[in-house]
Design a protein around this ligand. Structure first.
Ligand code: CMP
Length: 138
């Protein structure tokens, strides 16, 4: 069993499609073992995406991530990190495969509906950023 961090981004909470996204995650075999809806501060968004701080899109990304509520989740399953990345689709919805969350639901490269951890180390760090162990119930 593996765990990964998922974020349903403000473009999706705004359109009231969290349930649709959770259904796609569950259909892919992932289990939501922790979940909460929060509104990130600018500082929290900058901390979470610190790895991208030198990238030209950093400011736009942080403004967007603070523009409304997000739903943060811990997903669990076999190969959860890879399975979640597969069901999310490519970062840019224009390049995502049909049937993926980003192809079917995302608005743009910035407003791409979901985030998922990209490896075991980042998954552990990102889960710890939002959740304590007592909040994760498998
Ligand atoms: P995410 O998986 O949350 O990780 C970083 C985010 O930056 C990414 O999804 C995109 O929403 C956003 N982003 C905006 N522009 C770019 C870009 N040119 N390359 C990669 N990510 C970008």
């Amino acid at each position: 069993m593996e765990r990964t961090l998922s974020i349903i981004k403000p473009d999706a909470t705004r359109r009231n499609i969290c349930g649709k996204i959770v259904a796609m995650l569950e259909a892919a075999g992932l289990r939501v073992v922790a979940q909460k809806r929060i509104h990130l501060s600018r500082r929290e968004a900058e901390q979470f995406y610190a790895v991208h701080s030198e990238r030209p899109f950093f400011d736009e990304l942080c403004i967007f991530m603070c523009s409304g509520p997000v739903t943060v989740q811990v997903l669990e399953g076999h190969d959860a990190i890879a399975v979640n990345r597969e069901v999310m689709g490519a970062t840019n919805p224009a390049e995502a495969k049909p049937g993926t969350i980003r192809k079917e639901l995302a608005v743009s490269l910035t407003e791409n509906s979901v985030h998922g951890s990209d490896g075991p180390d980042t998954a552990a760090q990102e889960i710890a950023f939002f959740f304590s162990e007592i909040e994760i119930v498998g």
